[in-house]
Design a protein around this ligand. Sequence first.
Ligand SMILES: NC(=O)c1ccc[n+]([C@@H]2O[C@H](COP(=O)([O-])OP(=O)(O)OC[C@H]3O[C@@H](n4cnc5c(N)ncnc54)[C@H](OP(=O)(O)O)[C@@H]3O)[C@@H](O)[C@H]2O)c1
Length: 250
Amino acid sequence: MEMDPTKLSGKVAIVTGASSGIGLATARLLASHGVKVALVSRSKEKLDKLSAELPGSLAVPADMTEIPQVKRMVERARDHFGRIDILINNAGRGYDAPVELIDIATFRYIYDLNVVGPLVAMQQVIPIMRKQGGGTIINLSSGTALMDLPGMSPYSSSKKALAGISLAARQELQGDGIVVSVAFPYITITEFEKNTIRAVPVSENQIEPTGPYPSDSAEFVAERLVEGILTGEAEIFSHDWQKGGGRGEE
Ligand SMILES: NC(=O)c1ccc[n+]([C@@H]2O[C@H](COP(=O)([O-])OP(=O)(O)OC[C@H]3O[C@@H](n4cnc5c(N)ncnc54)[C@H](OP(=O)(O)O)[C@@H]3O)[C@@H](O)[C@H]2O)c1
């Protein structure tokens, strides 16, 4: 398929988690291609600053764990721009704990953020996109969703759930011209590690040593997401070796 980002010019995108990391890089990259971006996260000041930097963008502060705020966020974007062509469900956070020690309130919070918020955002944009004749939804899962990592199940299971919802919705919506994709970023240099909630110190958890693994920049992942918008591929991997199931083992 032809990869011409100039054809994104004039389109309208919602990017959640736009104040940091992958969402910030994606918002910047989309804006550089002429996309009008609704910038979503909890940090109003950061979004206002970013909005002043990106022509045509709009800061829409919202807590993605609060369903009424998710609904209002989509309404605000639609009312301001008159349409929504692209939803990038990127806001998310880690929670690492061995199963025995999972705190249920924290588990629910992480599922609200990583699964329920993106689901509600999808439910809000689907009728808008259907009426327009199509659209693109990309949900940010994680490379950890392709693996079963001890000590990481609260996070990785939430990302498995989001991947499952994404690929079912892809089939449900194909007749409406709405393309749903799921992205599986590999280790990416962002604020993610700092923001991950941990039940026990890393050294006491069962997560494999973090080792000298290679990592990606947020800008690299943003490029892959924009390619994913253009190709409409179902699963957006950061690296081809992830296609085999995550670890890169033969
Ligand atoms: N970094 C990695 O290695 C990696 C790998 C695979 C997948 N991912 C996924 O990529 C996505 C982006 O993560 P990142 O690495 O860019 O992390 P990050 O730098 O920590 O950014 C997370 C973003 O989510 C927003 N956010 C957090 N809680 C929120 C809430 N309740 N409501 C609205 N927004 C909220 C944050 O903004 P505010 O704090 O301003 O609300 C921030 O903009 C996540 O879904 C993550 O799971 C990351």
